[in-house]
Design a binder for this molecule. Structure first.
Ligand SMILES: Cc1ncc(COP(=O)(O)O)c(C=O)c1O
Length: 386
């Protein structure tokens, strides 16, 4: 089936042609409940009216204009996004890796300008995932990403999540930035502890190390707060978003507060498609829908319902459950991939995160009936697996 694609993905045997709400439809018209949301991208589900309207209206007016000019839609998006994020300024790009790359450029330049050479190390966490460019592979704290494509970008150091002593030792005088996923998505939905995040924020503040949160998977309302790190009561110098930010249209955002918002100057950074009006229009639609306390509370409530029901399945094949809002992981006693295949057969799309962890990232528009249906299918499939 895939002779024309480079063989970079382990794809499940299904071809989708359309979607509606929390459902996808394949070439044969079979319906699937989508609890993966294109890996946290389709946060409003498929064909959400606000997104349809936004892209239609914008496409009738203006597709693209270069960053040598301004466009009204990107400006409005940037205003709304910085307000929602409680940040000063934003750089718009097209993906998560690009958003993180921009963040790392900012912290390195901030430090160079203020302290001179030799303070360029960026600390990230073991198990993290920050993207696929060569520098973001370097930033990713997993050895398996550090092969085949060398030489890699220098200057990254890794610490064990939730190990405050190791973090203290790592944040020495050579460090300019700390990059954290408040909840690590790819490595199995691993939340950081309150103590760890508080310690990280305190040390960064004392040492003028810029604190960056990679909110690409866990942000944009997914935990029930706009940013996952807000749940820890700390502030970020820089936060990155992508994935769900425009509900299915490529966009990345690097948001910076007081310290970091004016570090990059003309010529330092750029992106042809960054601030693209179509993506910006969709970003506005997502922000206008998600960024209000009632909607965010709904995400938190649905997440709590899901976690509670998942626990109450009492299925012996489920070993542990973690998560917040609608980012939920479940360790199971068997390999995840065959389970995903079986779930697909039964019309439920779920993701894995690590060999034996199922990851649920449903769209925010799911309801309790859909959660019940998904858990029913899951229970049946787990029971049927030996
Ligand atoms: C936390 C996190 N950061 C960065 C990325 C990279 O984003 P992209 O694939 O859009 O470059 C991902 C993608 O899975 C992610 O989950």
């Amino acid at each position: 089936m895939n002779d024309v694609f480079m063989n970079t993905y382990h794809r499940l045997p299904v071809t989708f042609v359309s979607g509606e709400g929390a459902h996808l439809f394949d070439v044969n018209g079979k319906r699937y409940l989508d609890f993966g949301s294109g890996i946290a991208v389709n946060c409003l589900g498929h064909r959400h009216p606000a997104l349809l309207e936004a892209i239609k209206a914008q496409s009738e007016r203006l597709f693209h204009v270069s960053n040598y000019y301004q466009n009204d839609t990107a400006l409005l998006f940037a205003e709304k996004l910085t307000a929602a994020a409680k940040m000063k300024k934003v750089f718009l790009s097209n993906s998560g890796a690009e958003a993180n790359e921009c963040a790392c450029k900012i912290v390195r330049k901030y430090s160079l300008m203020k302290y001179g050479e030799g303070r360029h190390t960026i600390v990230t966490l073991k198990g993290s995932f920050h993207g696929r460019t060569i520098t973001m592979l370097s930033a990713t704290g997993q050895k398996r990403f550090h092969t085949n494509f060398g030489p890699f970008t220098e200057g990254f150091r890794f610490v064990e999540p939730n190990n405050i002593e190791e973090l203290k030792n790592a944040l020495d005088d050579s460090v300019c930035g700390l990059l954290i996923e408040a909840i690590q998505g790819e490595s199995g939905v691993i939340p950081q502890t309150n103590e760890f995040i508080a310690a990280a924020a305190k040390i960064c503040d004392e040492k003028d190390i810029l604190l960056m949160f990679d909110e690409i998977q866990c942000g944009m309302g997914r935990t029930g707060a706009f940013f996952a790190f807000e749940q820890y009561g700390v502030k970020a110098d820089i936060a990155t978003l992508a994935k769900g930010l425009a509900g299915g249209v490529p966009v990345g955002a690097t948001l910076a507060g007081d310290k970091a918002c004016d570090v990059l100057v003309i010529g330092d950074h750029g992106s042809t498609f960054g601030a693209n009006p179509l993506a910006a229009a969709c970003g506005i639609a997502v922000l206008d829908t998600v960024n209000n306390s009632g909607f965010l509370r709904g995400i938190a409530e649905k997440g709590a319902y899901f976690m509670d029901k998942l626990a109450r399945l009492n299925n012996p094949k489920i070993k542990s459950i973690r998560g917040k809002g609608l980012i939920i992981g479940a360790d199971i006693s068997m390999d995840a991939w065959p389970v995903l295949e079986k779930l697909l057969d039964r019309g439920l799309l779920v993701l894995s995160a690590g060999a034996k962890t199922l990851r649920f990232l449903p769209p925010y528009i799911i309801n309790t009936d859909m959660i019940d249906e998904a858990l029913n299918i899951l229970n049946g499939v787990l029971d049927s697996q030996s």
